[in-house]
Write a protein that binds this ligand. Sequence first.
Ligand code: NAG
Ligand code: NAG
Ligand code: NAG
Ligand code: NAG
Ligand code: NAG
Ligand code: NAG
Ligand code: NAG
Ligand code: NAG
Length: 473
Amino acid sequence: MYKGFNFLYLSVVLLLAFNISFTFSQNTISVNYNVQRNYNSFEECGLNGEPVCTSLEDAGNRAILLSKTSNPTNIINIIGNIDGSTPVTFGNLYNYCGKLFIRSSISNVNININGSNSTQQPFLTIQEADQPNSTFPCSIPRIFQFQYINFTNWDQTLVNININQETDLNSVNPSKSLTVYFQLVNIISSSSILKIYPKNFGENYNLQAIKVSFISTIGIDLKSSSVLFSPSSTQYYLPPIYLAGASVTRILSLSDSTFESTPFIFSDNGGVSSGSFVVSNNNFSSNPFIMAVNGGTVALPTLSFTNNILSTFIYFSNFYNQPLIQATFSNNIFGNSFVQNNKFMEYENENSIFVIKDSDFSTIDLLGYSILNQNTIANDLIYIVNSSLNLDNSVIRSPMLVPQHIINSINSSVSIINFNLTISELPIVGFNSNIHLFSSVFTNDVYCGCQGCSFYIQLDLVDPLEYLSQCNL
Ligand SMILES: *[C@@H]1O[C@H](CO)[C@@H](O)[C@H](O)[C@H]1NC(C)=O
Ligand SMILES: *[C@@H]1O[C@H](CO)[C@@H](O)[C@H](O)[C@H]1NC(C)=O
Ligand SMILES: *[C@@H]1O[C@H](CO)[C@@H](O)[C@H](O)[C@H]1NC(C)=O
Ligand SMILES: *[C@@H]1O[C@H](CO)[C@@H](O)[C@H](O)[C@H]1NC(C)=O
Ligand SMILES: *[C@@H]1O[C@H](CO)[C@@H](O)[C@H](O)[C@H]1NC(C)=O
Ligand SMILES: *[C@@H]1O[C@H](CO)[C@@H](O)[C@H](O)[C@H]1NC(C)=O
Ligand SMILES: *[C@@H]1O[C@H](CO)[C@@H](O)[C@H](O)[C@H]1NC(C)=O
Ligand SMILES: *[C@@H]1O[C@H](CO)[C@@H](O)[C@H](O)[C@H]1NC(C)=O
């Protein structure tokens, strides 16, 4: 009671303080692409009493200047749509320090920014110069917030971040702190939303330093890029979200999209987590929905995953933090159109809903309280190699077709707890693994598919030779 009151009081004080700063200490810079330029330099446009800026580049340069000389919070108001006849870009806003809103001039009314002619440069770039001393370091964090914008027909990247990322795992230097919000944004018929790749690649990064959050934001009709390549590749195209050493703290919702040559999200030592989001009517048949490699974190607590076509939901390689997956899978079609021998970078795809390679998932349950409801499953539930896994609870409820196999286990150690394995005729296949079965429902067919595997019931080693003669393979 006492604490609650105190908190309320504090909130009111903070709110007042925020409102006061909101009222008095920010500049609004107006931009309109639909009028003639009527000024000489960006230093003369955008503010009250001045001609409106006629490009985002001018507005961004004005904002950089204002952030250095006057206020750390600025707003860029975009008046009217920006059609596809001109290239649209902020260029590099690395030198902006503080918070910058980039939004429609009318709250709740989205403007459209058409990227048809923006083929050369990302919409927003945060690029540190090769010589760090040639730029002015920020003493406060950078925050960019997009609001009420539709991005359509973008084949260039919307936000491209390439800086020396924070390697201090315990604290974040403000000059390396960067947050991007997409709020009430629609991203339509586009291919590259986010690319974060460290200039100091190969280190261990503090994943809290660079964060991107999609709030009430949806992607519609997205696709894999067919013009941009992944960093350090000349063969593999850039996924819509490419993340190295940074975090997406809320994923955007996604519908009516087809990804032919990339995962939707590729995370290399990144943090991926969802607010509540909805993924429906998409085709991920050639690559996983999410590929998470080389450490990092994955937390998907409230995902609704409906009416999608795919082989692999999530692919882990060299991943050691236990993921949290609590999703509702309904009416998806798994594994019908898997392309054999398909890779994304060095990662070979497998025809399985979950793929786990060179990883340790032994401490908590992989699927949490996920629900599989009315899905058509033509592939395996889990492919695991060189890894350990703990699978608890029966998560499969009323699948339309059952998985071919529950687990394909190679060189791994797997514990299965409280699981009804009879839903599949040959639940366990693979090679050279230790399989522990606790409190599970199974028949002798459980021993029939895994060569050179050791089976333990509760804690007792079973001699499979007793059963193999009954296998009709
Ligand atoms: C975007 O601009 C291009 C080129 O001007 C045009 O063909 C296309 O219809 C526009 N798209 C939208 C959604 O406005
Ligand atoms: C793109 O911009 C260039 C130069 O501004 C112009 O010549 C060209 O016609 C534009 N293309 C489209 C499709 O509008
Ligand atoms: C923005 O996108 C939404 C969702 O597709 C659409 O309903 C709305 O008409 C679009 N607005 C503009 C200005 O293009
Ligand atoms: C920046 O630092 C590099 C070496 O780190 C040095 O060679 C260069 O002269 C410096 N440039 C400036 C403008 O100080
Ligand atoms: C899904 O996408 C693949 C290409 O990646 C294509 O071959 C297939 O026809 C698509 N499926 C449907 C139902 O659209
Ligand atoms: C598993 O480990 C072995 C050696 O320990 C290695 O040869 C093999 O490539 C690994 N497999 C995968 C899929 O990582
Ligand atoms: C399994 O382990 C053996 C022996 O270490 C290795 O030769 C083989 O490549 C591994 N299999 C896979 C699929 O990684
Ligand atoms: C296990 O699943 C099978 C097939 O769906 C079902 O018939 C059986 O009742 C289940 N057993 C238990 C104990 O839940």
